[in-house]
Write a protein that binds this ligand. Structure first.
Ligand SMILES: CC(C)(COP(=O)(O)OP(=O)(O)OC[C@H]1O[C@@H](n2cnc3c(N)ncnc32)[C@H](O)[C@@H]1OP(=O)(O)O)[C@@H](O)C(=O)NCCC(=O)NCCS
Length: 202
């Protein structure tokens, strides 16, 4: 059996075919808009793949407004997405392994403050494809992005997880997250009970 390792990559064209395959298999990085978001991304990839890749790294918030689950459009915050990329251990498999997309993690923030607009549920969001779950990948990915958030100068980050999403809560608490509150989603966003966590970075 080949040993595997996961690392985070800045999305590039060489990763795109594997990412698009995950979208076509029914997965989406957007935990709220799911299939609709996946269809939009596939259309964007087909229309202009390099532009799609470029849009995933947007530290200056140059991108188009973001569509919320209720259809409202709001200004984009500075942010970027990294992709979880699994490769076979080279020693075991030899050169030529291209690796495989296995998830996405996004970080967005407001410059100069840890506060977020009320419609933004957390600085960091992540999703792992169903066929690569329970390997510790989300926990590792969050640890990596926390280092980047610290480098950005934020004193803390906030994350949210549905009250019934135990895997996501475990990912957060394994990285030092402490629950600081909870709220109910509006009905248009699913009406779920959501837990709010904070992770101190200083
Ligand atoms: C939440 C999610 C990202 C976790 O990804 P993952 O790579 O499987 O997570 P990890 O392997 O790092 O596991 C984290 C912990 O959750 C546990 N876990 C993972 N899946 C689980 C499941 N289905 N049931 C119970 N526990 C689970 C793991 O055992 C681990 O706990 P441990 O440290 O005590 O062993 C993944 O399930 C997912 O993409 N879900 C859909 C999208 C989502 O909910 N994103 C988060 C929105 S807030």
């Amino acid at each position: 059996m080949h040993a595997t390792r996961m690392r985070l990559v800045v999305p590039q064209m060489i990763h795109l075919a594997s990412y698009a395959a995950a979208l076509r298999a029914g997965w989406s990085a957007d935990n709220l808009r799911g299939a609709a978001a996946a269809a939009e991304e596939l259309a964007a990839i087909q229309a202009d793949a390099p532009a799609f890749i470029a849009s995933l790294t947007d530290r200056e918030a140059r991108g188009a407004p973001v569509t919320l689950a209720d259809g409202r459009k709001v200004p984009r915050l500075p942010g970027f997405r990294l992709w979880l990329w699994e490769t076979q251990d080279e020693a075991a498999s030899g050169p030529g392994e291209q690796g495989e997309f296995c998830g996405s993690i996004g970080f967005r923030w407001q410059p100069g403050t840890a506060e977020l607009p009320s419609h933004v549920h957390g600085h960091i969001g992540y999703a792992v494809v169903p066929w690569k779950r329970r390997r510790g990948y989300a926990t590792q990915a969050l640890a990596h992005v926390l280092r980047l958030a610290r480098a950005e100068g934020l004193p803390w980050v906030e994350l949210t997880a549905d009250a019934d999403n135990l895997p996501s809560q475990k990912v957060i608490t394994a990285n030092g997250g402490v629950q600081v509150g909870e709220f109910m989603e509006p009905a248009a966003h699913g009406g779920a009970r959501v837990l709010r966590f904070r992770i101190a970075l200083r």
